[in-house]
Each structure stands twice: as structure tokens, then as C-alpha cells.
Write a protein that binds this ligand. Structure first.
Ligand SMILES: *[C@@H]1O[C@H](CO)[C@@H](O)[C@H](O)[C@H]1NC(C)=O
Ligand SMILES: *[C@@H]1O[C@H](CO)[C@@H](O)[C@H](O)[C@H]1NC(C)=O
Ligand SMILES: *[C@@H]1O[C@H](CO)[C@@H](O)[C@H](O)[C@H]1NC(C)=O
Ligand SMILES: *[C@@H]1O[C@H](CO)[C@@H](O)[C@H](O)[C@H]1NC(C)=O
Ligand SMILES: *[C@@H]1O[C@H](CO)[C@@H](O)[C@H](O)[C@H]1NC(C)=O
Ligand SMILES: *[C@@H]1O[C@H](CO)[C@@H](O)[C@H](O)[C@H]1NC(C)=O
Ligand SMILES: *[C@@H]1O[C@H](CO)[C@@H](O)[C@H](O)[C@H]1NC(C)=O
Length: 587
């Protein structure tokens, strides 16, 4: 989320010469990885007259590839309600836009059937010039959606994102609450794009059969965020490595399961944290979750690249993974219920290892309550959270070219029992996290390559909802070019990024209600993209870019979705979709 600045110069200098050898020399500043409105205007003007350029006078649709949300078979609906419609002009440092929320009539009636799927749809338009902005949506202080906006074109862009918000069913059905949306936009003579957005809730209902306890949404969702009124988002802003932001929460005394869902996004000096040099605290970041001061879980974030990042053309019209709908991360707190059930307030805090300004972090505490008793009890049996292990090794061949490599790993394990009307059940939460990053500068500083992998295994065994999530986030970025210092230059960018995930639910043994069956789903979501910009006498005279994305999802319960889509410039070259599970994308 940059402020307006003259990015044009830095566009030319963005190869960050002497990156390794000279800490005071140019560093890969976020500005250097962005385009100014002038650059974009020059690119639009240089597009061929046919095809893409013709459409520059009409709206372009940008999209993030995701699987469509379908209600379970036999559901009724949707029952759709417009929650908010607003034009975000100069909103930076202003209070969030709010609207009174009360459950729609289809949900609030005493005979309303259970919700089988709840979808929050954000649809927005923008025209002119504008940077990507981060926005958040909160209901009763609990964050429901965080995203980056699309950067507009002169003729306008439109995009929409649909998020499954079924897990917030308790909030949606609860009494009156305030809906808040913060989108910190800035308008001036150059950046004139106003974001017009509609937020709609779509509800589907099921008849009869109740879902299994493991799959069911929490009975209560407690926000861990900042409270209104304020002039910003409700997220906490973590500013540096020692900054801990926290809130005090109390837990109903009959809870038997607790899961903390964490929202994170990186900004300013840490927007491209994975490219940071040792002088910028290196390329490793993690968000740690602290309960009364002790680390109880860690989030090793997926590197979301906003629509203006690295080279904004790359993300048009297919945006980067997670940019319109950022991923969230679950930390199982059930083993710690023993201390949380005392009826007192406890402190939930967030820190970011190696942080520079700024990280936006908040969370929702999902709680499942024992309907048959007013008191549950618990105890922590084992807890092991050794310090983060890691290193950064630098090698510099000659003063300019060189390499550094960073690694990190962390394990966290906690076991605790909870006794409720469901029995005395022991839950173990375990995280095994590892990270590696190399940053190689070559060609006398003319090229830089970042290759990173984050690997996160999170397992919940025993307990009310055994599950295992294995995530792997490969990231490769190449910045290069030729003709530096001459009147004719070429700037090259390449990005390869993946969000790979295997989730299994159920199984895992005694006490788990899902023990009878295990369902597994696998997602492989990959993008390969490149852009080339030609400059003559420092002015953009041409640009080309392409993107190829494959999205492969399969689940043991029969769900599947395959998509194979490719674009060149603003044009979609091919777009194969298959939800029939036939398993071929090539046609
Ligand atoms: C928002 O809703 C209004 C009223 O239905 C409609 O006129 C407008 O075009 C919508 N805007 C977007 C971005 O969908
Ligand atoms: C919610 O607000 C409406 C309108 O202000 C009011 O009529 C209703 O009684 C409120 N409901 C609850 C549960 O507070
Ligand atoms: C870190 O950030 C906090 C909160 O903004 C601030 O109070 C503190 O002085 C900062 N520490 C350093 C070392 O900059
Ligand atoms: C984490 O646990 C794994 C498997 O038990 C082990 O191989 C690894 O060395 C541990 N890492 C750290 C940093 O403790
Ligand atoms: C539950 O089981 C644990 C050990 O498995 C035991 O230490 C604890 O006392 C039991 N709690 C109750 C209330 O029975
Ligand atoms: C990145 O590193 C991984 C593991 O070392 C390697 O397999 C992969 O080929 C590298 N990617 C690129 C694009 O160089
Ligand atoms: C995607 O489609 C293209 C063009 O039809 C095809 O060549 C390619 O093999 C497909 N990729 C996958 C992973 O199916």
C-alpha cells in the first residue's frame, strides 16, 4: 500500500546494484518494484491498436483463480442481502465505513433451517489511476475478509471475490452488530481512482441432516482486534521485531474447543519481505501468537503479492494468488483451554519475527461450547516451544555480485485435556515449520533471483476435530534487464509462485467425532508469469507480459475442480475449466 511517489526513477534503478556489499547503497525498496501512474499510462499508450487497446475505453474484468463455491446438494437458496454499498475516495486515515447489521429475515426466523453455505461477495469497480489498496471487512469486530484492490485502467476495471464465510455462522446469526469496512484509499491530482464496492451476503440452507461436529462452525466467534471507533482498519499494526500487539479476551466457561484464526498482511518496508537483505532483517518473517506471553503457535505466511507488486502488468487480468482474498491461518488452542476456562481475561498477542514497518495482524477466536453443561475443565499436559532455529549466510564474490541464503525452522507442540459432557478428551497440536530462501545477484548487479520455499505442517490429533494441514509455498522471482545506462533498456521480471496444500480431517483416533472417516483434499495452485518493459531515454515505449496458471483441486469426498488458464497482455489466451472430475485440462 504505497503512498504516491515518483516511482519512475526507481523503476530504472530497481536492479538494486551492490545489494550485498554495500548496505547504504540502493536496496530493493518497495517503490523500486512498483510502477507510477505515468509508467502505466505509457504502457497503455504503447499497446497495439487492435485487441487490448480497443478495450482500454471499456471496463476490463480482473480475476483471481479459485474454485467456485457450491452449496451441498439439496440446499435451498440463495437468500441474498446487500450489506453495504460505498464509494471509497479519500479514505486513508479516516474511520472505517460502517453499517448496522442484523441477521436477514431468512436467517433470523425461529424456524430458519441451518445454514449449509454462507458466501460473502465483494464486487468493486474503479476507473483512472490508483495504487493497490488493502481492505478489510469486520462484523462485530471479527474480520471476515481481507484483500487487495485491483489497480484500475483508464477505461475502468471490475472484479469480484466470493469467500466462504460459513465458519462465521454464529456471528451472522447473532443479534445486531456493526459491519465495518476499511479501504485506505488516497486521491490526488494523479491518483484519481475511486473504488466503488458492494458487499453482499448469500445464504444457502440445508434441510434435515445436521453436519458432523467436526465440520460444524463454532458456537461463538470472539474478535481479537482493535475496537471502533478508530481511524484505520481494526487490525493491529506491528511495527518492528519487538512490537507485541495484543487484546484481552475471556472465554465462556463451557468451551470444549478453541481455534484462533489469524489474518496477516505485510506492508511498507516489509511488503516484499522475501526480498529483504540482511540489513533489512533478512528475508524470513513469521507471525507468532502469544497466550499470556507464551508462544502457542506460529504463522509462516504465504507471500501474497499485491496487484501492484514486482511489476503490476503481470497481475492483469489474472491477479496473484491470494491477493483478492488473502488466506488465513488456524492455530488450535484447545490444549490451552485449561487456563482459559477460569473465567478471567487472558492476553492474546501477536509479534512478527524480524519485522520492519508494517504488518497488519488480527484474529478471530472460534469457540465450541458444551450445550449440556455450564462448566468444562481442562489441563495442559505438555508444552514444548523451543526457540526459532535459523541462519543467514552471505557470500560475496566481488563487491557487486554475490549470494545469501537464509534458513529457518520451528517446532511447537502442546497437549492438553478437556473434560466436558462429551467425555475427557486429550488434544495435541503440533507445528513443524521450515523455510529456505536464496537471493543471488549476478551479472555485475544486473540480475537478481530469489528462490524461496515455506513448508508448514500443522497437525491436530485426538480431540474433537483431528486434522492435518500440510502447506508448501514455493516462490521464485527474477529481476533482470539489459542496456542499463544506455538510451535503450529492457527490464525483465519473472515470477513463479505456488500454493500447495493437503488437508485431512477426521481419523486420528480416540475421542474424535470424525474418527469414523477421514476426508482428504489436495490443492495445487501455480502461477508462472513474466513481463518485459522497453524503455527509450527513460520513457516506457513498450511492454509485454504473460501469465499461465493451473489450479488442481481434488477431494476424497468427490469434490474436484481443475482450471488451466493463460493470458497474454490483457487478453485471455485460453481458459479450460473442469468440475466434472474427468481429470484432463488440455482440451
Ligand atoms: C452496486 O450496486 C448498485 C445497486 O444495485 C449498482 O448500481 C452498482 O453498479 C453496483 N456496483 C458494483 C461495483 O457492482
Ligand atoms: C436490532 O435492531 C433493530 C432495529 O434497530 C431492533 O428493532 C431490534 O430489536 C434489535 N434486535 C436486537 C436483538 O437487539
Ligand atoms: C517498536 O514499535 C513500538 C510500537 O510502535 C515502539 O513503541 C517501539 O519504540 C519500537 N521499537 C524500536 C526498537 O523501534
Ligand atoms: C522439528 O521436529 C522434526 C521432526 O520431529 C525434527 O526433525 C527437527 O529437527 C525439529 N526442528 C527443530 C528446529 O527443532
Ligand atoms: C482427564 O484426563 C487427564 C489425563 O488423561 C487427567 O489428568 C485429568 O484429571 C482428567 N480430568 C478429569 C476431570 O477427569
Ligand atoms: C528453487 O529451488 C528449488 C530447491 O532448491 C529447486 O528445486 C528449484 O528448481 C529452484 N527454482 C528455480 C526456478 O530455480
Ligand atoms: C493447459 O492447456 C494447454 C493448452 O490447451 C495445454 O497445452 C497444457 O498441457 C494444459 N496444461 C495442463 C496442466 O493440463
Amino acid at each position: 500500500m504505497p503512498t504516491a511517489s515518483s516511482a519512475h526513477r526507481s523503476l530504472l534503478l530497481c536492479l538494486c546494484l551492490a545489494l550485498l556489499s554495500n548496505p547504504v547503497a540502493a536496496s530493493p525498496s518497495p517503490r523500486g518494484l512498483r510502477f507510477s501512474a505515468k509508467d502505466i499510462a505509457a504502457v497503455e499508450a504503447a499497446l497495439p491498436r487492435h485487441g487490448s487497446r480497443a478495450s482500454s475505453s471499456s471496463k476490463t474484468t480482473f480475476f483471481e483463480v479459485d474454485r467456485p463455491l457450491r452449496p451441498p446438494r439439496g440446499s435451498s437458496g440463495p437468500c441474498s442481502t446487500l450489506l453495504l454499498s460505498h464509494s471509497f475516495a479519500f479514505t486513508l486515515t479516516k474511520p472505517p465505513v460502517t453499517a448496522a447489521y442484523s441477521p436477514p429475515p431468512c436467517l433470523s426466523g425461529s424456524d430458519a433451517p441451518p445454514v449449509s453455505l454462507a458466501v460473502l461477495e465483494w464486487r468493486a469497480e474503479c476507473r483512472g489511476a490508483q495504487y493497490d489498496r488493502t481492505f478489510g471487512v469486520w462484523l462485530g469486530g471479527a474480520e471476515l475478509l481481507r484483500g487487495s484492490t485491483a489497480e484500475p485502467r483508464p477505461g475502468g476495471v471490475v472484479w469480484s471475490v466470493s469467500k466462504d464465510v460459513t465458519r462465521y455462522a454464529a456471528l451472522l446469526a447473532a443479534g445486531n452488530a456493526t459491519l465495518a469496512v476499511y479501504l485506505g484509499n488516497l486521491i490526488d491530482d494523479t491518483y484519481d481512482g475511486v473504488y466503488h464496492a458492494n458487499l453482499t451476503l448469500h445464504l444457502y440452507f440445508r434441510r434435515g441432516v445436521r453436519p458432523s461436529a467436526a465440520a460444524a462452525a463454532a458456537d461463538a466467534v470472539v474478535p481479537v482486534s482493535r475496537s471502533l471507533p478508530l481511524n484505520d482498519g481494526l487490525w493491529f499494526v506491528v511495527q518492528n521485531d519487538t512490537d507485541v500487539q495484543s487484546a484481552r479476551v475471556s472465554v465462556p466457561r463451557n468451551a470444549y474447543r478453541a481455534v484462533l484464526e489469524v489474518y496477516v498482511s505485510s506492508h511498507d518496508a516489509d511488503e516484499f519481505w522475501y526480498m529483504n537483505t540482511p540489513e533489512q532483517n533478512g528475508p524470513f518473517r513469521e507471525v507468532t501468537v502469544l497466550l499470556d506471553g507464551a508462544v502457542v503457535g506460529a504463522v509462516w505466511p504465504f507471500p501474497v503479492i499485491y496487484t501492484g507488486g514486482i511489476n503490476p502488468l503481470i497481475w492483469r487480468p489474472i491477479t496473484s494468488i491470494g491477493s483478492f482474498n488473502m488466506p488465513t491461518y488456524d492455530i488450535e488452542l484447545t490444549p490451552f483451554l485449561g487456563s482459559l476456562l477460569d473465567g478471567e481475561e487472558h492476553e492474546l498477542g501477536f509479534a512478527v519475527t524480524n519485522a520492519q514497518r508494517s504488518w497488519y495482524v488480527d484474529a478471530n477466536l472460534h469457540l465450541w461450547l458444551d450445550p449440556k453443561s455450564s462448566r468444562t475443565s481442562g489441563g495442559l499436559v505438555a508444552y514444548h516451544a523451543p526457540k526459532l532455529a535459523g541462519s543467514i549466510v552471505s557470500r560475496s564474490a566481488d563487491g557487486v555480485d554475490g549470494e545469501y541464503a537464509a534458513t529457518a525452522s520451528r517446532n511447537i507442540t502442546a497437549t492438553g485435556w478437556v473434560s466436558s459432557s462429551r467425555g475427557n478428551v486429550t488434544t495435541t497440536f503440533a507445528q513443524r515449520l521450515s523455510f529456505s530462501n536464496t537471493n543471488v545477484v549476478s551479472g555485475q548487479g544486473s540480475a537478481q533471483a530469489i528462490n524461496q520455499t515455506t513448508d508448514a505442517l500443522t497437525a491436530v490429533s485426538g480431540g474433537p476435530a483431528p486434522a492435518q494441514v500440510h502447506q508448501s509455498f514455493p516462490l521464485y522471482i527474477f529481476l533482470g534487464g539489459d542496456g542499463s545506462g544506455t538510451s535503450s533498456q529492457r527490464l525483465m521480471r519473472r515470477v513463479e509462485i505456488g500454493f500447495d496444500e493437503t488437508r485431512s480431517r477426521g481419523g486420528g483416533g480416540a475421542g474424535g467425532e470424525g474418527a469414523a472417516s477421514t476426508t482428504t483434499s489436495t490443492l495445487r495452485n501455480s502461477q508462472v508469469a513474466a513481463a518485459e518493459v522497453t524503455l527509450r531515454d527513460d520513457a516506457v515505449v513498450g511492454a509485454s507480459w504473460r501469465m499461465h496458471q493451473t489450479y488442481e483441486y481434488g477431494a476424497s469426498d468427490g469434490g474436484c475442480y481443475l482450471r488451466n488458464v493463460s493470458s497474454v497482455g490483457y487478453d485471455v489466451l485460453f481458459d479450460h475449466r473442469d468440475a466434472s472430475c474427468a481429470g484432463t485440462l488440455g482440451r
